[in-house]
Design a protein around this ligand. Structure first.
Ligand SMILES: [Zn+2]
Length: 280
């Protein structure tokens, strides 16, 4: 919760991609990663990309932050664990703090990073804090368009976006209809979860908006045939509103989603070498 309050503070000015507030959020994330002891995937954490024009941003550069937790087996498949740190900024003088969307996902990534450093995974876990999700998954699309490691090496993308509000009473896991082999691991992790886990929101028969296949950064991975699992809650009254604040988060539910995500990463890590091969 300390981290959630920090990343969704008014001083971050809603973390719009390309803004001064976005740069402050990025500096905060890099400080946290350094404090935890996480190393960048490349020479540095920051991976810049060009923002599309339609983004109402003062700067034309977006910046992903990409880190790597080394696994015991080098060179094999990896998990890309992602969340977006940008949000929609300030509108009509009101700051959109985006505590749930998606400071919550970023904070879960930091917590999982701490656990993985204490008990290393079998496979590398790449932490991707994407920029400009709100402007059309731009950071994630830049990542898969110019990947820092071969896309064929990414066994699965686990994307977290809005994981801290319990209004809907459950944490949803989307993606298993596209990659049914993943469901066993998501269910295995759910067996010990303290929050209600539901599967769905990933089929074309749903009414518009209820199929979340392309609703967040996992859509960029899906477009490149990388299997994904998306974790998120139903839209709530503060979705994309100035009221998406840290004081609306239920810490017990948030802890439950964090523990589920951590268990899911462990379950996937244990099986990553057995996942079906994909065409490169
Ligand atoms: Zn989001």
């Amino acid at each position: 919760m300390r981290r959630l309050h920090a990343l969704s503070a008014d001083s971050m000015e809603g973390r719009l991609a390309g803004s001064a507030g976005g740069a402050r959020a990025r500096a905060w994330l890099v400080r946290e990663l350094n404090a935890i002891g996480v190393k960048p995937l490349g020479a540095r954490f920051e991976m810049p990309f060009t923002l599309r024009q339609r983004t109402p941003s003062p700067d034309s550069i977006g910046t992903n932050i990409v880190a790597r937790i080394p696994g015991k087996n080098r060179g094999g498949p990896v998990i890309v664990l992602s969340a977006h740190y940008d949000h929609v900024g300030v509108r009509n003088g009101q700051i959109y703090n985006g505590a749930d969307d998606d400071a919550s996902g970023c904070v879960v990534l930091l917590a999982i990073a701490e656990q993985l450093l204490q008990t290393p995974p079998q496979h590398d876990v790449i932490l991707a804090f994407f920029d400009a999700e709100e402007g059309g998954l731009q950071g994630a699309r830049a990542f898969v368009a110019n990947p820092p490691l071969p896309l064929g090496q990414i066994g699965v993308n686990v994307n977290l976006d809005m994981v801290a509000r319990q209004d809907g009473g459950a944490l949803w896991v989307a993606g298993t209809s596209h990659s049914p082999f993943l469901k066993a691991y998501a269910e295995q992790a759910a067996s010990s979860a303290s929050v209600r886990i539901r599967f769905g929101h990933d089929t074309k028969d749903l009414k518009p908006g209820d199929d979340w296949t392309n609703s967040s950064d996992h859509g960029a991975f899906h477009a490149k045939a990388v299997p994904f699992l998306y974790l998120g809650v139903e839209d709530h009254p503060d979705y994309h509103k100035p009221g998406d604040d840290a004081d609306k988060i239920d810490p017990v539910f948030f802890r439950g989603t964090m523990e589920y995500a951590a268990a899911l990463v462990r379950a996937l890590d244990g099986a990553l070498g057995t996942f079906p091969a994909r065409a490169p």
